[in-house]
Design a protein around this ligand. Structure first.
Ligand code: BDP
Length: 862
C-alpha cells in the first residue's frame, strides 16, 4: 500500500485550487483586493511564529466548528503510559518557566498533542477518557489498545509496516469514533499529526479514511550548528545573543544562558521535536559535517543523552558528525592514536571507534551512527594514508556494525587532482568502488551498513542543478540523497524562496537509468533510486541540512519554516507535489482564508524560479561572493580555481558558460546514454541548464526567438520584477495576517527586492564587459509612453528611473501607455506636477513562473 488516500485528498484539493488560482493572483496583482477584510487574522497580533506549523487556533467558520465539536467529544488513548521510552538522564527537566513539558512515552505525546490540538481548534477542552465513549478520537496500536484491536481488522494494519498509519471515521455499536492506528506507537503518533493537520486545514471529517506509509526508511536532518546558520536570535540573523551561539541546541552557552545548557531542556527543543515528528522525520545528526570532536567527548555525550531522552518519545534518534582523525585529538588523551594509526584496516583504528560508539550507545541506546565528511574541503580522511573512500567508510562501518549502527559517508568530494572539471570528480572516485568485483564474486565494495550521502546536484546546493550523476550509477551501494534546507545559496534569511519546487524537480527527474543489458528501468526517477525501488535496495534514506536556530520563529525567516515542512513531507512521500505541500503549510501556518491561501501559495510557487532568474539564469552556476555566499561576485578569482565564480562562468567575448560536452570536459558522459546525449548537444539541452553544459555564444538564437544576450538580461530583469510583485502581493494581505509577522515579512521583502536588484545589476554589468552589447529594451514589460502627442520608449526595465527630456512647451503629462506585450496591464500611478517632475507607471504581467511587476519612474527634464 502506498500513501494513496492522502495523495488523493491532496490531488482533489489541488485541482480545485488550480482552477481558482489564476483569477486570484490577478486580483491581488492588479489591486482589486477585497475592499474590506471581513475579519482580522485569527492569530494574536504579536504572534512570533514560534509554533511553526503546529498552530491550533480556533476554527473560524461557525458551521465547521459546530461539526467538529459534534464529532470530537473525547480522547481515548488506552495504556498511554505503559510503554515508557528509555531515559538515561535521571533528573531530566525543563528550564524554569517552560511552556512545553516532557512526556515519558510516544502515546503520551500523541495524547497530549490531541489535548492541545483539539482544545485549541475547537475552542474548548476535549476530555481524555477511558472506556468506549461516543464521539471519541481513539489512538493506539493493536498491542496498546483493545479498542483498536476491536475496531481495526488486523489485515488492514499489516501493510502499514512500522511507520505507516491509518485514520478512519467509524460507526460501531451505536458509537461514532475516529480511530488513529498503526503497528507501533510512533506510527500512531504520525497518524495523530496527520489527523490534526486535516483539522488545521479545515477539511471535512465525513467519510474520513486516510492511510499512509513512508516511501523512505531513514528521514533525517543534518543539523549544522556552526555553519550556514541563518536563524540565530541576533537581529543580524546569524549568531546568538546572551551567551548563546544561535544554534537551536545549547551545549556550551555562556553568561546569562550558562544555566540553560543541556541537560536542561528548552521549549524550543520540544517544539522542534513535535514539528519533526509531525512530518515523519525520524533522525537528526546534531552537529556540522566539518566536525568538532567535542561531540564525542564524554561530557558532550551526557548532554546528547539528555537531548535524545527528550526527543525519543517523538521518534527522533540522534547521530553525530565525526572527524576521521578524531583519534588523534588530545581531548581523548590518554586514549589517542598517532596519525599513522588512522589506517582503516587496523584494529587500533577500528577499536577506537568501537569504544566511542559503545560510550554513545551506553547513554543513547538507539544512537544511529556517524555522519562523515572525509577528504573534502580540508577534512582528514583515509586518502591521507593512501587509502580510498571505500576503505575508510568500510573501516568505520566495521567498527560500528556490531552495535547495529550505520555510517553516512558523504560523497561531496572534489579533489582537484582527479579532473579539471570539479563536477566529474565524485563519480570518478566513488564509481569504481561501486563496480569493483569482490573476492566472493559479488559486485561493489561498500559495506551494507554504509550509506553514501550525495547532494542532489553535482556541484553544491545551487538553486538549479542537473541531478547528480551518481543517482542510478551506484547500483551496488546504499545511497542517501542530501538536500539543503538552510538557504545558503538561496537567499539565506533575507529572501523568500520556497524550495519545494526545487526538490520536486530533483526527485522527479528522470535518470534514464538502464539495467545491465542497457534496457531502461521502469522506475528510474531520482526518487525511485533513493527509495530503493529502482534497483531493488531494501534500505533507503534522505537527509536534509536543517535550518533550525534559536530565533523566535526557529528558522530566521517566517517563510523558511515552509522549507523544513516541505522537506519532511517529501521525505515521507517524494511523489507529493510542492504546490499541495505549500497549500497545506499556508493553511497550517497563516490562514485558511481562500484569498490568503491563494496569494501566499502563488508567492511561494514562483519564488525559487525567480531567484534562479535574478541570480543564475539559464544554467550559469555559483556566482556567489566567497565571503558569505549571499551576494554576487561574478568577477571573483580565488586561490582555489573551483571556488571561483570565473571558473564557473568562463565569460569571454565569445560567450558564457562551462563546456562540459564531449568536446569540452566530457562530464556529460557520466549520465546514462539518453541524458548524456541530450546534455551533450547545445540544441537539445534544456535551456534552464544551458550553461551547465555549454559555452553559449552571445548571439545564439534561443527558443524565445531572442538572442542569448537579450534573453539573459531579460531573465535577470524578470526575476527582480517577480520580487517587486511579491511585495505588492504581501501588502495586499495586511489586514488578513497578524501584525508582527506581517511587518517582519514586509521588511524582509524590501531587502529581498533591493538585493535581487543588486544581483541583476552586478551580473549584467559584468557580462556586458564581455558581450559588448547594449542592454536590450524590448522586454516583456517594456512600454512606450505618449507625452505631448509623442511616443517615447526604449527604457531599461532594470533601471531605477529613466530621464525623459521634453521639448519646451510640452506638458509633462502621460496621455497613454503602450505596452509591447498587449497582455500586460499598465496603470499611471502618478503624473508629474511640472518639469522637472516625476511620473510613475506600473506595469504588471505574467512570466513563465509567475506574476511580474515593474514601477517605471520617469524624471521629466527640459
Ligand atoms: C558547502 C558549505 C560548507 C559545507 C559544505 C559541505 O558552504 O559550509 O561544509 O558545503 O557540504 O556548500 O560539506
Amino acid at each position: 500500500m502506498s500513501s494513496s488516500d492522502e495523495n488523493e485528498q491532496s490531488r482533489l484539493r489541488r485541482r480545485s485550487f488550480l482552477i481558482g488560482s489564476g483569477a486570484a493572483v490577478a486580483t491581488s496583482v492588479f489591486g482589486a483586493v477585497p475592499a474590506r477584510a471581513t475579519s482580522p487574522g485569527a492569530f494574536p497580533a504579536d504572534y512570533d511564529g514560534s509554533d511553526l506549523w503546529l498552530r491550533y487556533e480556533q476554527v473560524a467558520d461557525p458551521g465547521l466548528l459546530a461539526r467538529y465539536r459534534a464529532a470530537l467529544g473525547a480522547i481515548v488513548v488506552e495504556n498511554a503510559g505503559r510503554t515508557k521510552v528509555h531515559r538515561h538522564t535521571a533528573n531530566l527537566s525543563m528550564a524554569p518557566g517552560s511552556r512545553e513539558h516532557l512526556v515519558e512515552s510516544t502515546l503520551e505525546a500523541a495524547r497530549d498533542e490531541l489535548v492541545r490540538g483539539l482544545g485549541g481548534l475547537l475552542g474548548r477542552p476535549v476530555p481524555v477518557q477511558g472506556g468506549f465513549p461516543d464521539r471519541a478520537v481513539i489512538v493506539g496500536t493493536p498491542d496498546s489498545s483493545p479498542l483498536v484491536r476491536m475496531l481495526v481488522p488486523a489485515r488492514d494494519l499489516a501493510p502499514l509496516g512500522d511507520d505507516g498509519y491509518l485514520v478512519r471515521a467509524l460507526s460501531r455499536g451505536g458509537h461514532r469514533s475516529i480511530v488513529i492506528a498503526g503497528n507501533t506507537d510512533l506510527a500512531a503518533l504520525y497518524g495523530t499529526f496527520a489527523f490534526l493537520r486535516r483539522l488545521q486545514a479545515q477539511q471535512p471529517l465525513t467519510d474520513l479514511k486516510l492511510s499512509s506509509v513512508p516511501r523512505i526508511n531513514h528521514r533525517y536532518l543534518n543539523y549544522w550548528e556552526t555553519e550556514r546558520l541563518y536563524a540565530g536570535n541576533n537581529p543580524a540573523g546569524t549568531g546568538g545573543l546572551d551567551g548563546e551561539n544561535g544554534a537551536i541546541f545549547d551545549f556550551t552557552a555562556t553568561g546569562a544562558s550558562a544555566a540553560l545548557n543541556l541537560p536542561v531542556i528548552l521549549d524550543r527543543y520540544l517544539v522542534a521535536a513535535r514539528a519533526m515528528a509531525s512530518v515523519g522525520i525520524n533522525g537528526i545528526t546534531i552537529n556540522n559535517v566539518n566536525a568538532n570532536s567535542f561531540y564525542v567527548t564524554p561530557a558532550a555525550i551526557e548532554q546528547e543523552a539528555a537531548l535524545a531522552d527528550a526527543l525519543r518519545p517523538y521518534g527522533i534518534k540522534l547521530a553525530v558528525s565525526i572527524n576521521y582523525a578524531a583519534p588523534t585529538d588530545a581531548r581523548f588523551a590518554p586514549d589517542t592514536l598517532t596519525r599513522e594509526e588512522l589506517d582503516p584496516y587496523s584494529a587500533k583504528f577500528r577499536d577506537w571507534w568501537t569504544r566511542r560508539a559503545r560510550q554513545l550507545q551506553a547513554a543513547i541506546p538507539d544512537f544511529l551512527g556517524f555522519t562523515v565528511k572525509a577528504n573534502s574541503e580540508g577534512q582528514p580522511g583515509p586518502q591521507d594514508l593512501g587509502y580510498d573512500h571505500g576503505d575508510g567508510a568500510n573501516g568505520m562501518a566495521a567498527a560500528v556494525a556490531p552495535l547495529g549502527m550505520r555510517i553516512f559517508w558523504r560523497t561531496f568530494v572534489y579533489n582537484a587532482e582527479v579532473d579539471a572539471d570539479r563536477l566529474k570528480r565524485a563519480y570518478l572516485e566513488f564509481g569504481p568502488i561501486d563496480e569493483e568485483r569482490q573476492p566472493d564474486s559479488t559486485i561493489g565494495r561498500f559495506a551494507k551498513n554504509v550509506f553514501l550521502q550525495t547532494k542532489n546536484g553535482p556541484l553544491d546546493y545551487q538553486a538549479r542543478e542537473p541531478a547528480n550523476p551518481l543517482f542510478g550509477r551506484m547500483e551496488h551501494t546504499n545511497q542517501a540523497i542530501e538536500l539543503q534546507i538552510t538557504q545558503e545559496y538561496t537567499g539565506q534569511n533575507t529572501m523568500l524562496c520556497y524550495l519545494g519546487p526545487l526538490w520536486e524537480e530533483v526527485l522527479k527527474s528522470d535518470t534514464y537509468a538502464t539495467d545491465a543489458h542497457g534496457k531502461l528501468l521502469d522506475k528510474r526517477l531520482v526518487g525511485h533510486v533513493v527509495d530503493g525501488t529502482a534497483q531493488g535496495h531494501p534500505d533507503s534514506a534522505i537527509v536534509g541540512v536543517a535550518n533550525f536556530g534559536n530565533a523566535d520563529n526557529l528558522t530566521g525567516h517566517h517563510f523558511a519554516q515552509a522549507n523544513l515542512y516541505a522537506f519532511g513531507r517529501l521525505a515521507w512521500d517524494w511523489t507529493l507535489d510542492a504546490r499541495g505541500i505549500a497549500e497545506d503549510w499556508v493553511r497550517l501556518t497563516w490562514s485558511n482564508r481562500d484569498f490568503v491561501v491563494r496569494t501566499i501559495v502563488a508567492m511561494m510557487m514562483g519564488s525559487r524560479e525567480a531567484l534562479v532568474s535574478y541570480q543564475t539564469p539559464l544554467g550559469v552556476a555559483h556566482q556567489f561572493r566567497s565571503s558569505d555566499h549571499y551576494g554576487p561576485n561574478p568577477a571573483e578569482r580565488l586561490a582555489r580555481d573551483d571556488w571561483s565564480p570565473v571558473y564557473y562562468n568562463k565569460a569571454d567575448t565569445a560567450g558564457l558558460g562551462y563546456d562540459r560536452s564531449p568536446t569540452g570536459s566530457g562530464f556529460t558522459a557520466q549520465y546514462f546514454p539518453v541524458l548524456a546525449a541530450r546534455y551533450a548537444d547545445i540544441d537539445t539541452v534544456p535551456e534552464n541548464l544551458l550553461m551547465w553544459f555549454h559555452h553559449v555564444p552571445w548571439d545564439r538564437r534561443l527558443r524565445s526567438g531572442r538572442i542569448f544576450w537579450d534573453e539573459l538580461v531579460y531573465r535577470y530583469q524578470t526575476g527582480v520584477h517577480y520580487v517587486s510583485w511579491l511585495r505588492r502581493a504581501w501588502d495586499s494581505l495586511e489586514r488578513h495576517v497578524d501584525a508582527r509577522r506581517f511587518a517582519e515579512v514586509k521588511a524582509k521583502l524590501a531587502a529581498h527586492e533591493a538585493d535581487a536588484g543588486t544581483w541583476r545589476d552586478t551580473c549584467v554589468g559584468y557580462w556586458q564587459q564581455f558581450s559588448g552589447r547594449a542592454i536590450p529594451t524590448d522586454g516583456p514589460l517594456s512600454i512606450k509612453i505618449v507625452v505631448g502627442g509623442r511616443a517615447i520608449g526604449g527604457f531599461d526595465a532594470g533601471a531605477a528611473s529613466s530621464t525623459v527630456p521634453l521639448a519646451a512647451g510640452t506638458p509633462a503629462r502621460i496621455t497613454k501607455v503602450i505596452p509591447s506585450d498587449p497582455s500586460v496591464r499598465c496603470e499611471v500611478l502618478s503624473q508629474a506636477d511640472g518639469v522637472p517632475g516625476r511620473a510613475v507607471v506600473r506595469v504588471t504581467g505574467m512570466s513563465f513562473f509567475g506574476p511580474i511587476l515593474k514601477d517605471y519612474v520617469f524624471e521629466f527634464t527640459r
